[in-house]
Design a binder for this molecule. Sequence first.
Ligand SMILES: [Zn+2]
Length: 443
Amino acid sequence: MSEPTNGEQAPLLPTGGGPTVNRTRPANPKVRATVQGVLVAVFVVGLVVISVFWENLGDIVNGLPKNPEKAANRLLDAAPVIDGHIDLPILVRSLYGNNASAFDLRKQMPHHVDIPRLRKGKVGGFFWSAYVDCANPEAEGEDFLNSTWRVRDTIEQIDIAKVLISKYSDTFELATTSLEVKAAITKGKIASLIGVEGGHQLGNSIAVLRQLHALGVRYVTLTHVCHNAFADSCGFLEGIKPKWGGLSPLGESLIKEMNRLGVLVDLSHTSDDTARQALNLSAAPVIWSHSSARAVHNVPRNVPDDVLKLVGTGPGQKDAVVMVNFAPFFVAEPGKADVAAVADHVEHIANIAGKQHVGIGSDYDGIGDVPKGLEDVSKYPALIAELRRRGWNRFELAGLTGRNLLRVMAGAEKIAKELQAAGIEPSYDVYDKRTDLPDRDEL
Ligand SMILES: [Zn+2]
């Protein structure tokens, strides 16, 4: 094909001077003004196009806008927060005596959680904590044998969670598996899981665990702030003297039964020895539903580095997700807890255990005080924006907001299926200090 030679097919702009090039030079001022106007308009449109392109440059490179706040919101639209620990049920018990008609979750609630703020914070799911506190140690006795109302109260807390999930069923949907969580989120619902916060809520009984599982409970924290028949706690702000040196023999049976049922082993609140032994024993991935990093703020409730190093998929490690707690006294020195301090915990856990092993377990409604900038459930985007500023990409952020937890849940479900398919029987072990059952050795 030959080059065009006639004037009509020559390039519109000259590529070099020469007498043969036709130059269009409007002599008429009106025409000149029109051309200038068009050029200005083209320039302005060009600027707009460039700025839009610049704004979305991150989108093209990384799938997210460049602006961290916009990036956080965009990310959360696709990968909403699944929080490991929300204490709304105990708030409802203490403020309203579990009377679901005494308040409206569609309006502003006291403390940190209600439907408008959950929506604003782009929450896709959370574990409703069916928590009741430890019994008075003197009333319960040294071996936890005196009867308390903990099992009744736990069932009441499961009940109020389910009552609220069903009362506001246009917002919430009960979920008991990772697939049900995803299905609820896909429908625009807030997936509602149930966790029980302490072995003291099981009445020393593995049979009670089985029935709580049947009610929909999908994690049990091995201890709260007290030791129990299954395991040692880390105490609260001060450490406490161990009773068992980690897990009791019944605690070992409990973990095996949790693995068989598909109830996640939650290691928040436990002693370091309990955590190490449970990590070693559990066939399934485990969680910390609401715990931060001890190397960032040194309190026994936070997870130490040597335990974090046991988390992962390498030899001697267990898959797990450590879901960072926002409680200011676990996050930083008094007055110092803010979004950046919480992000420091997230990053430290990610640095030691890997970004696939960190999540969010705010403890909202279970904490009196809150970090600056993370005042309630509407504020999760601020944490995501902070981590975005620190260079987290969309896959890492989506892991943090919920996918790491979903992976761990799916892993525990798989192990449960395998154990049941292999015909592993339920555990019939009983607490050896009980005297109300006949001695099996003598039967
Ligand atoms: Zn707690």
